[in-house]
Structures are given as structure tokens and as C-alpha cells.
Design a protein. Structure first.
Ligand SMILES: Nc1ncnc2c1ncn2[C@@H]1O[C@H](COP(=O)(O)OP(=O)(O)OP(=O)(O)O)[C@@H](O)[C@H]1O
Ligand SMILES: [Mg+2]
Length: 268
């Protein structure tokens, strides 16, 4: 293991249903096997619990991180107020004084060996407000101690409007074989270029033919989006997604490891 992804924050985004949460789970578990301490951050406020279910048989979800930071009364939407995220009782920005895992009570996370999963928060009530405050946590939740953090974003590109990408080292856009996915990948690459040249790479997911994979690679090239790797369509992943269970026995192992090797070459 070469440790290149240590302390890196990688954002996983893309079209709704393209496979973001499945990819985060596959990469997260493979990173742990490779020796990385890994944080999975569920930053999708509208999905009831996708990422959590894909990583444990446990039924009780962790407490939302937004409560740790003082809830909606303290954490503001970055579009209205871009000021940095702070801890309760402190004015110091989390981005200047990164969080130690030992600061956060254990009910806020799911822990599996070297994998730690957090849920930022979920929309549960009518009229409770937008998910902007959750975006600020996704933007500024930086943890001390050599972790690689994978951020599982909500579908689409609204998060760019809120600047969630400000503190990430790499953006992975997941594309499934759907026209809209390719357009979103191109938009992500273009917007990221404007946002300080963040590196964007595309991960092709759910393909079941070499022909379609070749077409998609060509299409990405024409749209100026760098190719990262491919995860084929796999029944095991779909079954886990349908049943809301952990992904086990996926055939994607070799492809996922190749993707991690490539990610290690892409970060500075
Ligand atoms: N490589 C794959 N092979 C087969 N099925 C897959 C694959 N990747 C994802 N899926 C299935 O596609 C569906 C959507 O996957 P997932 O929930 O990971 O996508 P998402 O992008 O996180 O969705 P959302 O936008 O709702 O958050 C699930 O049923 C999942 O099991
Ligand atoms: Mg998801």
C-alpha cells in the first residue's frame, strides 16, 4: 500500500440511480482491505438510508452529524451564508482545526474495523427546511488522522451551486449507460474547471457489454471527461440494492481494485 489517498477527500456524484452509493460502498470496503482508514460520509439528505444499509446488517442508523454540530439553528445553508462550519461552543472553523474522531460520540457513526460511516442528516418532516445545512457539513467535515473520506452525494448537480466541492481533492462522477448520465458528467467537468480546476474523473457503472463500454468511453472523450474505470453490471450489487442489504460476493473486486490503483495516481 502506498498511502497516496491518506487525508484525501473524494466526492462521488452523478445522475440519480447511476450507482453512487453502491460505488462508495464497494470502494470503501476495498480501501479498508488495502489498509486505508476510511470514512464514508452519506451526504444525501433525501435518501432514507441507502449507504447505511449497503454496509451493515444493523437496523439502527447512526445519529445525524448535523445534531453534533448544533442542528439547523446553528448550521446554515452555504448559499445564504458561506461562513465556515464550526463546532458547538467554538468560533474556530472546522477546516482550520480538523475534527478528531474521538470528539464525536459513538452513536453518530457505524464502525466496522477501519471503516467509519456517518450520515449527515435526512429530511424527515414537512416544512422542515431545505438540505442546505447538510451541504455545509459535506463541504467542511474534515477529519484528522490519515483517513480517506468518500462523500456520497445527492443526485444531480445542485451541490455545485452550494460549493460542496470546495474542500475535495478529487471528484468521481458515476455514469451508467443513460444519455442524461453523460450530460451530467460533462457538466460536472465543466463546472469543476471553473471552480479552481478540480480534477474530475468518470467511473462507468452497470454496463453489461464491451460494445456499450467502448461507446461510453468514446463519448466521455468527446465531452472532455477523463475515464477512471469500469464496474460491470452485477446481479449481486443489484440484489443488495433491492433488498437494502450489504453488498457481498460482488464480482466487481478486480475492477474496484484497479480503480483504487488509478485513484492513487491521480491525487497530488
Ligand atoms: N454495477 C451494478 N450492477 C448492477 N446493479 C447496480 C450496479 N450499481 C448499482 N446498481 C443498482 O442500481 C440501483 C441504484 O444504485 P445506487 O443506489 O447505488 O445509486 P445512487 O446513484 O446512489 O442512487 P440515488 O441517486 O438514488 O442516491 C440499485 O438498485 C443498485 O443495486
Ligand atoms: Mg445514493
Amino acid at each position: 500500500m502506498n498511502n497516496k489517498l491518506k487525508n484525501k477527500r473524494i466526492l462521488i456524484c452523478g445522475k440519480g440511480g447511476s450507482g453512487k452509493s453502491s460505488v462508495v460502498s464497494l470502494l470503501g470496503n476495498a480501501l479498508v482491505k488495502k489498509g486505508y482508514k476510511t470514512i464514508l460520509l452519506d451526504a444525501d439528505a433525501s435518501n432514507p438510508g441507502g449507504l447505511f444499509h449497503l454496509n451493515t446488517e444493523n437496523k439502527k442508523a447512526p445519529k445525524p452529524l448535523i445534531d453534533f454540530f448544533g442542528g439547523r439553528t446553528k448550521v446554515t445553508c452555504p448559499s445564504d451564508d458561506p461562513s465556515p462550519l464550526t463546532r458547538i461552543g467554538s468560533d474556530e472553523a472546522v477546516i482550520d482545526a480538523a475534527i478528531k474522531l474521538s470528539e464525536i460520540p459513538k452513536e453518530y457513526s457505524l464502525k466496522k474495523k477501519n471503516l467509519t460511516l456517518f450520515q449527515i442528516g435526512k429530511i424527515k418532516q414537512a416544512f422542515e427546511g431545505c438540505d442546505g445545512p447538510m451541504s455545509k457539513i459535506a463541504r467542511d467535515f474534515i477529519v484528522k488522522g490519515g483517513f480517506v473520506t468518500l462523500i456520497d452525494m445527492e443526485a444531480g448537480i445542485e451541490h455545485f451551486g452550494r460549493g460542496v466541492e470546495t474542500n475535495v481533492d478529487l471528484i468521481v462522477v458515476v455514469v451508467d449507460p443513460v444519455f442524461e448520465s453523460m450530460i451530467i458528467a460533462e457538466m460536472v467537468a465543466r463546472i469543476s474547471e471553473i471552480m479552481g480546476k478540480k480534477k474530475v474523473v468518470a467511473l462507468i457503472n452497470k454496463v453489461n457489454s464491451k460494445r456499450v463500454e467502448t461507446i461510453m468511453k468514446k463519448d466521455l472523450k468527446e465531452r472532455n471527461v477523463q475515464y477512471l474505470g469500469t464496474i460491470n453490471y452485477d446481479d449481486e450489487i443489484q440484489t443488495a440494492g433491492f433488498e437494502g442489504k450489504m453488498i457481498v460476493n460482488s464480482k466487481a473486486g478486480n475492477q474496484v481494485n484497479k480503480i483504487i490503483d488509478k485513484l492513487e495516481t491521480l491525487v497530488k
